[in-house]
Design a protein around this ligand. Structure first.
Ligand code: FE2
Length: 169
């Protein structure tokens, strides 16, 4: 039997691994979307948030006495779903990247909602608060992506389809 604190520590490490994956994905995406400056700027901002999330999660794990020198090893494993999304994001097509980014944000939101409830259940209010704070950043990113997707799609279609103007007639 594990304790609720062990479970929360494992989920926090999983969240840390998820954010490391997010950092890599956002970095590789931001280098390939110079034709879409609004999206590029938002991705850059979320990359900075993600790096700060990693630090905040590390401090949280330390406070809970759960950080180990093997932190880097623990973060190596990402779920198959995250790897699938990350390979989509690494592709050279901006729409697949937008699709994967939006799905990844939803994955992050669900992860933090689980952690919020778990931390509240265990009475660790500080961890619950941190996860709420991070969750709001993910929700804001998801909402901004959702807002940008229509314009991004039109811009992609115009850029990639020389026949679009004729099709509209
Ligand atoms: Fe994140």
């Amino acid at each position: 039997m594990t304790t609720i604190d062990d479970t929360i520590n494992q989920w926090l490490r999983d969240a840390h691994a998820m954010e490391e994956q997010a950092e890599q994905m956002l970095e590789s995406q931001s280098s390939r979307i110079e034709n879409y400056p609004e999206l590029a700027a938002r991705i850059k901002r979320h990359l900075e948030e993600t790096q700060s999330q990693l630090e905040r999660l590390e401090r949280c794990l330390e406070r809970r006495g759960a950080a180990t020198s093997a932190m880097k090893d623990l973060t190596a494993k990402a779920s198959a779903m995250m790897q699938g999304l990350s390979s989509m994001m690494a592709g050279d097509e901006v729409m697949k990247g937008a699709l994967a980014s939006y799905a990844f944000e939803q994955f992050e939101i669900a992860s933090y909602r689980i952690l919020i409830t778990a931390a509240e259940t265990a009475g660790d209010i500080e961890t619950a608060r941190l996860c709420e704070e991070i969750c709001r950043e993910e929700e804001a990113m998801a909402a901004d992506l959702a807002d940008m997707i229509p314009e991004l799609t039109r811009s992609y279609l115009t850029r990639e389809n020389a026949d679009l103007d004729e099709a509209k007639r």
